[in-house]
Design a protein around this ligand. Structure first.
Ligand SMILES: [Cu+2]
Length: 113
């Protein structure tokens, strides 16, 4: 392959490479919904990516809350029926949480790179 040919091929391929690079850009943040019903967080154990948003929705007929075991990571106020609480996870790791009103209710968010 001559230098001239490869340069021309490179020039032709460049727009395609740029287009692919755009597709390779970080995916938009996903939004994950966790339902609270009958004293259970569903899904209970979720793996997400850094930047994703988790929204808890209380569809139970009594109040619940979301409290991170890791002090201060996140904490909702008590959620009445149909109330929501959202948190954007920006650091990797495992975040165990529980209901502040019923501590036996637990769940886990794993934030992968
Ligand atoms: Cu609760």
């Amino acid at each position: 392959m001559s230098k001239a040919f490869s340069r021309a091929a490179f020039a032709r391929a460049l727009p395609l490479a740029l287009a692919l690079a755009c597709f390779a850009a970080p995916a938009p943040a996903a939004e994950i919904t966790i339902k609270i019903d009958n004293f259970v967080f569903t899904p209970n154990d979720v793996t997400i990516k850094s930047g994703d948003v988790v929204t808890w929705v209380n569809v139970d007929d009594i109040p619940h809350s979301i409290v991170s075991k890791k002090q201060g990571a996140f904490r909702s106020k008590p959620l009445d029926t149909d109330d929501k609480f959202s948190f954007t996870f920006t650091s990797e790791g495992t975040f165990d949480y529980f209901c502040g009103l019923h501590p036996h209710m637990t769940g886990k968010i794993v934030v992968a790179p």
